[in-house]
Design a protein around this ligand. Sequence first.
Ligand code: GUN
Length: 280
Amino acid sequence: MSAKIIDGKKIASDIRNSLKNQVDNMKKEGIFPGLAVVLVGNDPASRIYVNSKKKACEEIGIHSEEYALPEETTQDELLKLVRMLNEKEDIHGILVQLPLPKHLNEEEVINAISPSKDVDAFHPINVGKIMLGKYDFLPCTPAGVMELIKEAGVSVEGKECVVVGRSNIVGKPLAMLLLQQNGTVTICHSKTKNLKEVCRRADILVVAVGKAKLITGDMIKPGAVVIDVGINRLENKKLVGDVDFDSAVEVAGAITPVPGGVGPMTIAMLMKNTVKAAQR
Ligand code: GUN
């Protein structure tokens, strides 16, 4: 038996189409959503992500402004830019692409973004609201994962959910969203004992670690939904997730591919947050 493949590319494309209609209607009422994307330095992966975000904006009709700053930008210069964007009336969403160069203080930069324009939902105010279950924005990758689980036709309620990875951007907020939908949630990390046994309990297994092929088919419960957040480039340049797809697909009930699973959903959710920010 082979798992159903959850087609994130198709699902994300449908979401973008629906957002385009929404934006067309907003424009008739004089609302023109705008996103500022800030990129510091020359990280090639960040450049690719930023280009994809700009392309999605264009497709949907969201006004986008790119602020590409040199590697040697100072903390003060970056904070000044963020404060300018906080005040800029045609900008509803601000995204500072991470990671920043090492000499910059990421936390201080995120804290400087106006929570109402924080479309990544990284500001402590927005993080706190997620904890309380009363949020304006969901962080893009966890929101994308929840959409994929929904699209797989699976209800979270009462299910054993295992999240592998405890990052502030993915693992922690995702665990909270699964809990809010009444899942029984376990978070695994590098110090977890018996990772295999814990993973094998999962009806819904989400992996967000950044380690190629960490999860193999023998660690998956037959019929489970497997969502692979990892994006790892192998020495042969091939992109793979944190799940060993070939062995996992034989055991899982449904699984996301890499690429074409979570990645496109993250960008679609960023667009959704930007439209929402403009509406408010
Ligand atoms: N770097 C990797 N993922 C993300 C993301 O979702 N948002 C931002 N701003 N930077 C990232």
